[in-house]
Design a binder for this molecule. Structure first.
Ligand SMILES: NC(=O)c1ccc[n+]([C@@H]2O[C@H](COP(=O)([O-])OP(=O)(O)OC[C@H]3O[C@@H](n4cnc5c(N)ncnc54)[C@H](OP(=O)(O)O)[C@@H]3O)[C@@H](O)[C@H]2O)c1
Length: 312
């Protein structure tokens, strides 16, 4: 039955569609995935490795990263290289990205996946709101620093693991650290994902005719460790009330593989996907005037405003 829903509810239509698949090989392709030690990123790393990709991960935990690399080597024969950075510390993120630039002359796919959901307001040591820093500023910094290398490696693809949670909004460019508002977890998450989504429209424009595509995707509502940093009560609530309603994160991994590898997605850029199906994002996230402002602010907050990373 065809649904005629208002565009705000387009996620219901997109969420009901069958998923697209591919069996395209990725042999010889370098795929960077952030936050691959659990959930969505872990499943994506496995799918891409099984298709032959050389996996490179950026995670915060060395032991988990080593375990992941050994596991992936067992299933694919190729041992992923990992770089360590806590995304709440932009200096660590910058150092890890510089190391990647040093080690990899070609980058075919970048998947910005690492993310958090905070139920309380926390500031990073550099003074950013935690979710905004981990979900938006850190991937903004990585992507910006890798742009030239990705243009040199064209055709290449950037995938932002975003969320339907961008619909909660919460983005106020005059109060990014929630000094003048009461912090609400879903609004803080919504602010970070809105900013991350707005980056897609700006970079899509910048990368026109450069052979680099950039898209964002919602990876489904799936079982993962997200939110488990929020204490015992939240974990109980999540375990008994939320997790039973969720799907297995394998569907996210399969969808990311489709977006990263399929012929159909070649050259497709500047769009938002619900798993493998295109969807209309929330109206506030399509406000290009605000998007340009948040882009400039993000450049300043990541100390990129005096660098030439966008001259691609
Ligand atoms: N699960 C869902 O239903 C859902 C829905 C919509 C969007 N998403 C998005 O999907 C992405 C992956 O989330 P997930 O659900 O798979 O959650 P997850 O299981 O908690 O995985 C998050 C990943 O990000 C890493 N990470 C968290 N904080 C970090 C930090 N400060 N520095 C570096 N890495 C950090 C985690 O590392 P550790 O293993 O060390 O904790 C882990 O590898 C996120 O961007 C999330 O917003 C998920």
């Amino acid at each position: 039955m065809k649904l005629n829903l208002p565009e705000e509810l387009d996620f219901i239509r997109a969420g009901r569609l069958p998923q697209k698949t591919t069996n395209e090989r990725l042999d010889g392709k370098v795929c960077i995935i952030t936050g691959a030690t659990s959930g969505v990123g872990y499943e994506a790393a496995k799918e891409l490795a099984l298709a032959g990709a050389s996996i490179v991960t950026i995670n915060r935990n060395k032991e988990k990263s080593e375990r992941l690399s050994i596991e992936i080597e067992k299933i694919s024969g190729l041992k992923p290289k990992y770089f360590i950075a806590d995304f709440s510390d932009l200096i660590q993120v910058r150092i890890a990205t510089e190391e990647i630039l040093h080690d990899y002359q070609k980058i075919d796919v970048l998947i910005n996946n690492a993310g958090v959901h905070m139920t309380t307001r926390q500031l990073t040591k550099e003074g950013h709101e935690m979710a905004f820093c981990v979900n938006h500023l850190a991937p903004f910094l990585i992507t910006s620093m890798l742009l030239k290398r990705m243009v040199e490696s064209a055709p290449s693809r950037i995938i932002q693991i975003n969320s339907e949670g961008h619909r909660f909004n919460g983005l106020d460019i005059n109060d990014l650290i929630w000094e003048n508002r009461r912090y609400k977890g879903i609004k803080g998450y919504g602010a970070s994902k809105t900013a991350q989504l707005m980056t897609v429209w700006e970079l899509h424009e910048l990368l026109q005719n450069k052979g680099v595509s950039i898209i964002a995707m919602h990876p489904g509502a799936v079982k993962s460790n997200i939110g488990t940093n929020n204490g015992k009560l939240y974990n109980l609530y999540s375990k008994y009330l939320i997790q039973p309603l969720l799907k297995e994160a394998k569907i996210s991994g399969e969808a990311i593989y489709y977006l990263a590898a399929s012929k159909e997605m070649e050259g497709i850029s500047g769009k938002f996907y619900n798993l493998t199906n295109e969807e209309i994002p929330a109206k506030h996230a399509r406000d290009r005037e605000l998007g340009k402002k948040i882009f400039q602010i993000s450049k300043k907050l990541t100390n990129l405003d005096k660098e030439d990373v966008y001259e691609v």
